[in-house]
Design a protein around this ligand. Sequence first.
Ligand code: 4AD
Ligand code: MG
Length: 431
Amino acid sequence: MHKTISVREVFDLEDGSEIELVGWVRSKRSHGKLVFIDLRDSTGVIQVAVKYGLTNSESFQKSLEAKIESAVRIRGKVKKDPRAPGGVEIQCNSLEILSQSLDDFPIRKGVGLKFLLDNRHLHLRSPRVGAIMKIRAELIDAARRWLKENGFIEINCPTFITAAVEGGATLFKVDYFGKTVYLTQSVQFYQEAAIYSLEKVYSLQPSFRAEMSRTRRHLTEFWHLEVEVAFADLWSIMKVIEELLYNMVKSVCEKCREELKILGREIKPELAEPPYPKIKYAEALEILRRKNIELRWGDDFGADEERELSLEFDKPFFVTHYPRESKAFYHMPDPENPSVCLNADLLAPGGYGEIVGGGQRIHDYNLLVERIRENGLNLEDYKWYLDLRKYGSVPHSGFGMGIERVLWWLLKLPHIRSACLFPRTPARIYP
Ligand code: 4AD
Ligand code: MG
């Protein structure tokens, strides 16, 4: 079996063209001798008019029998009709049920959110979910294109790890033949090893976080786009983040017009056009204080603080120079003020908050040893990571971008889980 034409292509055909189309019955309306079927495939939805007399009686009978989400084959004529959605309908000559649904399709208007999530395997047939997934694919594709064009090499890193990157509290433990290992939170350390061979690298793979967070932005498994660059400081890595994100957003604006329309979302590339505002942590504290949110120096921002802060901006913005106690041990202390580090989080405006975290890494062996000790970590666990500082160590920087966080912000999704095909959160691991 092979498919010759898609729904999207039908809209561009001449009036009167004869076609054969396969897809699924999305919805159906019956008016006596006329049945309207909304036929769905991966490219869109088109109205099919099955009229008794124009089609043979067997096909008409089948159109009455076909349940929602049955797979059907339709032969007919393209008819431009301003009353039809999209201005085109198919006048059906024959209809064949390829696979009849065995039951009434459970996803119906008005079912609750929990029901939709429990039935995600079926709900993802909706045009909205399809549109989000296509935009997600374009974001990823655009990122890969830009990174490749700019000399970055894609690498693939392990997922089983033996020591924390981002703090032990959020590690998932796994039994590895009787030994406890963890699921990775970030492949940063492997990338840091790889830059001594490849200089500019990136990876796109899942990261795992075990915190019991129930915020709208937390997943336990997310797709992490990470980048690491040799001979790069904080300022040059911020430029990479700006250009990368801009090109991702621009590409979605250019190539996903239909999908954005389905989602009712209008976006322009200027939304992410560099340069982005840059404020230091100390200034961020000041802004929060003016909004009556009192934080002590050293406190990290949670989802609430980031939301308040990001309401003050209409473009992504960097918060830099966090106190060293609020960030992981590998961040480079600022030589001009070692109480803060040369790191940068990129926050999305309008209440969304962090979508990228990164900065410059410590490349000095002794300083890294000192920071590992200061954080109460075991030097032995970081032996190979320390080795990287022994042989030709150079200043280097990198970052991690959560693909779902970017989608969540760009599409103004109510919850980050809508950015995933099958979301994983503390409360959800099924289906
Ligand atoms: O800020 P994070 O924790 O930084 C790192 O993991 C660095 N080691 C990355 C690096 O420098 N190579 O995570 C980076 C990004 C966040 O900005 C966010 O977009 C995403 O990963 N992220 C999450 N996305 C969804 N759910 C979660 N629980 C996330 N935790 C982090
Ligand atoms: Mg972070």
